[in-house]
Structure formats: C-alpha cells, structure tokens
Ligand binder design. Structure first.
Ligand SMILES: [Mn+2]
Length: 497
C-alpha cells in the first residue's frame, strides 16, 4: 500500500496550487503527506481524477471498493449566459466569445467532465445572426463529439429570456443522443438521465437533471396549469410559475428516489432568485412589479444542486432550511449557484483591481460529495475599468496606467473642458464610454429644470439652459454661437412658399 500512497502524493503535488484538505486529515505541503487512511486516499483519488490515470490503480487495490459510499460520482460543469452575438458599447466580442468557448471545450476534456449544463441565454437575441449560429453549432459539435478514451460528454442546454425557445429547440429530437436541448415546457418534469459505469464497477450510476427553460409567466402559465389540472390557479408571477414547475419536478423526483434513494438531482433554472446581486447587463424581467422568485421555493424539494442562469455575476445563493423539516431534505440539502456570464457585458462587472477575463468563471460540481469549485474562464477579454476623476488625472497618470484596458470614463469638472473627447481618444486605446459630470458651485434649490419664467424669447431660453447646466452666464463667443443657432432654427421653421 505504501507505494500506492506515494504515487498519489506525486499526483496531488503536481496539481497547480497543491491540495489541502485539513478537514479530512490530508496535508500536502512541500510534497509531504501525513495521516492518510485508505478512505482519504480514495476520496482524493476520486476528486482529482482528472490529473493522471491513477484512479483505476487505486480502485483495484483499495479495500472499500464496493462500499456504496465510495461510488464513482460524476463531474458536472455548470455555465450560463453566453450571450453569443452580444456587443459591448459597440465593440464586437466575437473573438473573445470564441476564445472562451474554446477554453470551455478544452476544460471539459482536461477535467474529465461528464455533463455540461448551460442554464440559458445561449444567444443574446431571439434572432441570432448566422455567425452566432455557427459559433454555437461549432461548440456543441465539439463538446458532444465521441472521445476514444472515455464516454461522450452529455450536454444539456436550456433557453433563457434572451433566447427564442422554439428556435433554439429546433431539431432537438434529431440531435445526437448526448445533446439535450430542453426548450419545451411540457418536458420540465422529465429529467435528462445521465448514466455512467465505472470500468471495474458494473452498476451504472445515475444523475437526474431537470432542465427548466426560462418560464415567462404569461407564456408558461397555460401549459403549467394544464399539467396540474387538480392544482389551484397559478398566479401571474415568476413565483407562481416557478412554484408550479417545482411541484411537478418534486413529484417526479420523489417517484424516482423511491426506487433509487441515492439518486443525485440537479435543477437548471433561468430566474432571478430574490436576494442575489444583479449587474447592469441583464434584461429586466419584471412582471406585475416583481422580478424575482423567493429562494425558499427551492428548499426541501430534494434537489442537490441548483444550476442557475440569468444573473451575470457568479455567486452562491443561500437556500433557507425548509419550513417543514423532513428526512428527505436533510439527506439532500440544496446548494445553489449562478455560474455568471462567460464574459463581462457591462462596466458594472469590472473587477477591482482590473484583470483580464474580468473574473468570469464556470462551476465544477462533483456528485460524490457535491463539492463545488470555480474555474476562471480563459477568454482573454481585456480588463474593464471604470474611471471617474478630474480632466488632469484622466489625461495624466490614469491614462498611463489604463491606456490598454477597456475604459468607461466619467470626467468630473466645473465646465466642459475644451476638446476633451479628442484628447481622451488620444490618451486611451479603448475609451468605450465617455461621460461628463459637471460640479455645481451653487445649490439650484432642488430645481430639476431650468427656470424659464423670466424668459422673453428663444435666446433667453438657451441662456437659461447654460446658466442651469454650467452655473454661469454664456461668454460673448458662446452667446454669438447660440444666437446664430437660434436664428438658423427660426429660419428653418418659417413656412416656405
Ligand atoms: Mn443573461
């Protein structure tokens, strides 16, 4: 046994960042490992199976092979909000979206992922361009392609609020067996079942993936109501339709767990779970004044992992303990996450300090112990930076530091500085957004508008506007320009014969 341990030590030490599992008694500092029981070795081998083909050697030699506690487990990669075809302030992002998806295909291979879940907003538009369709076609083809050394990866895709469910779901029945485009509401209570068998273990292990398309309350209600003929009327809200969907999902899961108590279950959903943090790049989905569903809806239903889409910031969502405690809920506590978008699609998603790729990530979940990891997306998207400062600093040290990044600039000044747009364009390579914030010296008395009561003509109106905006009288030269503009406008409005 000693030599096997040594082998695994080597494997773990070769992982970037090493392995540290104090809880289970494994230490991996300076390539020295202590206190390894067969249990711990097995857990580590399963967890880090992606690194080297050590897994099978361990399986043959470890004594607890047939214990159901140490089943194989599957590895899920959860991602969402690709928004293929999206632009950022007029900049074409195709190059970075392609890179991110190439990285995804490579990561799925390297991490030996079993299932990829894409939780909605695959495209940015219900009418994607031909180029966007090509990108999705290419990535799905590569992800689902047969591989010689392992079973093919299963890919589950659901539409988000930006996608057209019908168009994304075109031809779903004719696709490869391992590509699951789950776009129809009728299918929500029928999970995608993924089966994997270990080479030395003839019993296949199953994972149930319930894949909900984005449920628009107005579109989904009639179908869901027909699927729940004896249920109460579904209210016109996100909470109403999601509660109905969960009723159907939980009923199906209860039936399956009665036969297979250890069955793991994942739910993919595209929704705004109340309490999570939005950014500036999601489209509002408010219906009846409410845009969210309460997290408590997902409590106690027996879902092991909730793979969320819609919010573009990666984040964990806390699912409260179920109101009515039951044995089922404690056996399957729900962990929930937003994977976040593939790229940053607004300046509100900028990292501090700025970094290439803007901190975007995907989630990897291992079903043996439902451990979760975040992997940073390799998109090479330039760092987004928000700058808000005086013209001097913006054209000085800040320009030097951020000249190659994608910047949003807010110029804070007392009056519009001369030629500022051109100077900013010269100082920065990618000034994607330029705004001005004029400081007011005098309190306007809470007025939201210019005071036009003392105006006697058009020129008075524009002069009052200058006073209101810049807090001073127009200069003589400005007065001439304004007078000429007023004159011109008046001429153009005169009826011609
Ligand atoms: Mn989205």
């Amino acid at each position: 046994m000693r030599c096997i341990y040594g082998f695994i030590v080597g494997v773990m030490a070769s992982r970037p960042g090493g392995v540290r599992q104090r809880r289970s008694g494994v230490h991996d500092s300076k390539n020295y490992v202590v206190a390894m029981s067969p249990d711990v070795v097995w857990r580590c081998a399963v967890r880090h199976r992606c690194t080297v083909g050590c897994r099978l050697d361990v399986v043959r030699l470890l004594p607890r092979l047939n214990s159901p506690r140490y089943a194989w487990g599957m590895r899920i990669l959860h991602t969402s909000d690709w928004h293929i075809g999206r632009r950022l302030k007029g900049v074409d992002l195709t190059e970075y979206q392609r890179k991110a998806l190439d990285w995804l295909v490579e990561t799925v291979r390297r991490e030996r992922v079993d299932v990829v879940c894409v939780s909605g907003d695959v495209y940015d538009s219900p009418m994607p361009s031909a180029a966007s369709v090509d990108i999705l076609d290419d990535v799905l083809t590569r992800l689902t392609a047969d591989a010689d050394d392992r079973p093919a990866v299963d890919v589950v895709v659901t539409p988000g609020n930006h996608d057209s469910a019908r168009k994304l779901g075109f031809g779903a029945h004719m696709m490869r067996d391992n590509l699951h485009l789950r776009c129809a509401i009728d299918d929500i209570a029928t999970p995608v079942i993924v089966r994997r068998a270990g080479r030395d273990d003839p019993r296949p292990e199953s994972l149930a993936i319930y894949a909900l398309p984005y449920l628009d309350p107005d579109v989904a209600r009639p179908t869901l109501q027909a699927m729940l003929p004896d249920g109460p009327a579904i209210p016109r809200s996100h909470e109403g339709v999601m509660a109905a969907a969960m009723t159907l999902v939980e009923a199906d899961l209860r039936r399956r767990r009665a036969e297979d108590p250890g069955l793991r279950a994942v739910l993919m959903a595209h929704a705004f779970v109340s309490g999570a943090a939005p950014s500036d790049s999601e489209r509002n989905i408010t219906v009846g004044g409410v845009d969210g569903v309460p997290a408590a809806l997902f409590a106690g239903g027996g879902i092991d992992y909730l793979a969320l889409g819609h919010l573009h910031r990666a984040q964990q969502v806390r699912i409260p303990a179920p109101a009515a405690p039951g044995a089922d809920a404690s056996a399957h506590p729900t962990s929930a996450r937003y994977a976040g978008s593939l790229l940053a699609y607004s300046f509100s998603e900028a990292c501090m300090p700025p970094k290439t790729g803007n901190g975007k990530s995907v989630v990897v979940v291992d079903t043996d112990d439902m451990a979760v990891r975040q992997l940073p997306v390799g998109s090479d998207q330039p760092a987004l930076v928000q700058l808000r400062d005086t013209p001097e600093r913006l054209l000085g040290d800040l320009a030097e530091r951020y000249c190659d990044d994608w910047v949003s600039i807010t110029v804070v000044c007392d009056a519009y500085p001369h030629d500022m747009y051109r100077r900013l364009d010269a100082a920065y390579r990618h000034p994607l957004e330029k705004k001005f914030e004029i400081r007011r010296r005098r309190d306007t008395g809470g007025r939201a508008m210019a005071d036009l009561r003392r105006s006697h003509g058009e020129f008075d109106v524009v002069r009052e506007f200058v006073r209101y905006t810049l807090d001073r009288e127009p200069t003589e030269a400005e007065g001439d320009v304004l007078r000429a503009a007023v004159e011109q406008a008046r001429k153009e409005q005169e009826p011609c014969d």
